[in-house]
Every structure is written in C-alpha cells, then in structure tokens.
Ligand binder design. Structure first.
Ligand SMILES: Cc1ncc(COP(=O)(O)O)c(C=O)c1O
Length: 387
C-alpha cells in the first residue's frame, strides 16, 4: 500500500514552520468592554483588535442582534438565491450604498469571500492583475484562483506600477489594479488619486480593498474620502467585521457589476446567507458610524498621541506598526508587553514579508489616555535597549 503522502507533507511543513519560529496557536480570549481581555487566565489590555469603534460590544448593537434573532431565528437556512435573503439584507445594502454613494452594493459572507470570489469571477487566464505587494492574503488568493497573469508592484510605488502597465498591459485582455485603502499591517494609505489616473491611461479597472479604512479615516465613509478629488474606483470592497464590529463583507460599484456578482460569483452564490442577527448588528453599527462624527475620529487621535510619545512619525490611520525585523525578537517583545499587562500582536511571516516582523499596535475609540501613555512609555524604553 502507498504511504499516506498528505500526512508526511503535513508533518514536514509543521517542522519547517516551527524551525522558523512561525508556529501559531489559537488561544481562548474573552473580550470585555474598555479593551479588557482575559487571555491565558490573565486580565490584560488589548491593543490588538480591529473593533476600532468598540461596536462589537455596544449595547444598542447587541440589542439589535438579539431582536433579530428572536424574530427571525439563528441561521439564514439557505443561500441568498434560495430562501436565505432576509429583508435585512436589502436594508443593509441600501445603508452601505448611501454611505458609499454608489449605485449598487452586494453583501457577502465575509471580506475574504468577497475578495476571492469577485476577483476570480471577473478575471481569467487572458487577463492581467497588478497588485500591491503588501496586499492581503485574500487578494492574492483571488488573483491566483482567477488564472490571470499576476504581477506585484512595489508597495505604493506608482512609478513601478506604471512601468508594469507599460510593459505588460497590451499583452492581455482585461486588466485589474488591486490595492488596499488602509494597509492592514502598515497603516498607510494607498495613492488612490494616482491609481485612478493610471487606470484610465492604460484602460484598466481599479479595485480597492478598504477593510481597514471604513469608519475610521476621513469622513468615516472610507479611505477614498481622504482625497480632495474623488478617486475613480470601479470595485470597492469593505468589511463589516472591523470598524462595523459585526461580520460580513461587501462590494460596491455599478449596477451591472453587482448583477454579475449575483449571477456568477461562486463565493456569493454557493454559501449560506448571513445570520439575521449579524445583518441587524451591521445596520445598527452603520447608523452609529453615520451619526457620530466624534466617535470615528477617536481611534486615529489615540494613534497620534501614542506615536508622539514613542517618537514615531504621525500615523494616518489607527494602525501603528513598530518594525523589529527579527521574528524571535518580535515575539519576545510582544511577550514582554504581555507580562506588563498589554496585548500587542507580534506579526510575522507569512503575514508580512520575511525580515519585516513587527508589533502591530491597533487603536480604538475606547483606549484611555492612561492606557496609551503606559504602553507608549513601555515600548519607548524597550526600544532604547535595541538602539
Ligand atoms: C485588508 C483585508 N482585506 C480583507 C480582509 C478579510 O475581511 P474579513 O475579515 O471580513 O473576512 C481582511 C481581514 O483581515 C483584511 O485585513
């Protein structure tokens, strides 16, 4: 009998991952208000969460989810095209459309599902995808699944993007430029105004993954609102699981794009609809985001205060990376902060490129000045030892 090849593959890979200090484990976490979490039986303060506005624990949002469960049950029961399309979907899609000022919107099971499904249904082997080298794993996977020629351009480097377009655009049928609004591990913003010019010049389309931009930068409607002249985005992807505090993803664009997705995008068609509670929570959160301009400013203000104390450059989003480089050193730094009562993520490859391991400090609206100052001073003093 042949040996079990998958089993030996798994074991070999796990050994390799361990050797590189990249083995991860999932631990139980109990998140509570005001950034308190219980982790490995310790009560600590979290700076690791993407719930930028604290809406996942907001009482009004929780009550909206409870009422929807009482009224409609726990699960959707089927895919949206069958009987899983609770009317809350259309309320939610209308809210998003109004916020984003686009013609149409389609809510997905998650941002990940939206990325892999939309990219792979729109693009094929005759096409060209140009994506920022620091794009999210779901963008890379969507591009790979499409079978298109995929070229990474240097992070936020418009000269490199144009060079690639100049060299390769004419050899392909359709062309899609993909980037993030606010980069998830770097916290910087993509030059959407310049991409809008290039996409026109080279007859390409522009898809923006704004998972970390919605609700926390600009006027709250997303990172495109940071630009004086509105960027020309053909496909806008957002998530409902970060600043919105709930779960799900969405695509905004023209009516024909959304119609195509409903008919051809497999990660939209062949999956069960979102639970009604999740839809109701997202609707309530979006109302809070729309009506509470002070709340949406808080995460960035907190990031700015922290960066000032540590001596880092002024951030443009609530995500502040502290580059360490070495994986072990990064892990030890994170453990050190843990011992002092703070949770800050140690981000290592493959999430970020080799040699760029970092602490990722994520700020939200409910971090207190005291929490921020304490963490900043701890980090500042530890960094001095590395100098
Ligand atoms: C940039 C980016 N895009 C997409 C996703 C996926 O979104 P979701 O968590 O809704 O699946 C994430 C989540 O980590 C992300 O950071």
């Amino acid at each position: 009998m042949q040996s079990n090849k998958i089993d030996s593959y798994i074991n070999k890979k796990l050994k390799e991952i361990s050797k590189k200090n990249q083995l991860r484990k999932i631990s139980d976490v109990h998140r509570k208000p005001k950034n308190n979490i219980t982790f490995k039986s310790n009560n600590i303060i979290s700076f690791s969460c993407n719930d930028y506005l604290g809406l996942s624990l907001n009482k009004i949002v929780i009550n909206a989810a409870k009422s929807a469960t009482n009224k409609f049950g726990v699960g959707a029961g089927a895919s949206r095209l069958i009987t899983g399309n609770n009317y809350l979907y259309s309320l939610l899609e209308t809210k998003i459309k109004n916020l984003k000022k686009t013609a149409a919107c389609c809510v997905f099971g998650s941002g990940f599902l939206a990325n892999i499904g939309v990219i792979s249904s729109l693009m094929n082997y005759k096409d060209l995808i140009l994506l920022d080298e620091l794009s999210h794993a779901s963008t890379f996977l969507g591009a790979k699944l499409s079978g298109s020629s995929v070229i990474q351009f240097k992070h936020n480097d418009m000269k490199d993007l144009e060079e690639q377009l100049y060299k390769f655009r004419n050899k392909h049928d359709k062309c899609l430029i993909l980037t993030e609004g606010v980069f998830s591990m770097d916290g910087d913003v993509s030059p959407q105004d310049k991409i809008s010019v290039l996409k026109k010049k080279y007859s390409a389309s522009f898809m923006l993954d704004d998972a970390h931009g919605l609700g926390v930068v600009g006027d709250g409607s997303g990172s495109n609102s940071l630009f004086r002249k509105k960027p020309d985005i053909d496909i806008y992807l957002g998530t409902l699981s970060k600043a919105v505090g709930s779960y799900g993803g969405f695509i905004c664009g023209k009516k024909n794009l959304i119609n195509f997705i409903i008919n051809r995008c497999r990660s939209q068609i062949y999956t069960t609809g979102l639970p009604p509670a999740v839809l109701a929570a997202s609707i309530k959160s979006l109302e809070i985001i729309k009506n509470n301009k002070n709340l949406i400013k808080k995460p960035l203000e907190n990031a700015v205060l922290f960066s000032k104390i540590v001596g880092l450059k002024t951030p443009v989003s609530p995500i502040v990376p502290i580059l360490i480089g070495d994986e072990n050193k990064t892990l030890n730094f994170s453990k050190y902060l843990n011992r002092y009562g703070y949770m800050v993520g140690a981000i290592r490859p493959p999430t970020v490129p080799e040699g760029t391991s970092r602490l990722r400090v994520a700020f939200n609206s409910s971090h207190t000045k005291e929490q921020i100052k304490n963490l900043a001073n701890l980090i500042k003093n530890k960094l001095k030892i590395y100098e």
